[in-house]
Design a protein around this ligand. Structure first.
Ligand SMILES: [Zn+2]
Length: 63
């Protein structure tokens, strides 16, 4: 049996949805988990690569 053409192809509905969250964006901050010191996050420099100037603790990404 053949002749199954002209249909609408595979029945895959267009259920493509994207969540519009592209990373966290350039606007962020790094915060010291110990003393709460906050710095502006520098693009290309991970927060954990920087240390708090006060207590020398690796900074963490602020939300
Ligand atoms: Zn600190």
């Amino acid at each position: 049996m053949q002749g199954n053409r002209g249909g609408q192809g595979a029945g895959q509905g267009g259920g493509r949805r994207r969540k519009g969250q592209y990373g966290m964006g350039p606007g962020g901050a790094c915060v010291c988990p110990k003393c709460g010191h906050k710095e502006q996050h520098q693009i290309g420099v991970p927060c954990y690569d920087r240390t708090c100037p006060k207590c020398n603790t690796p900074l963490a990404r602020d939300k």
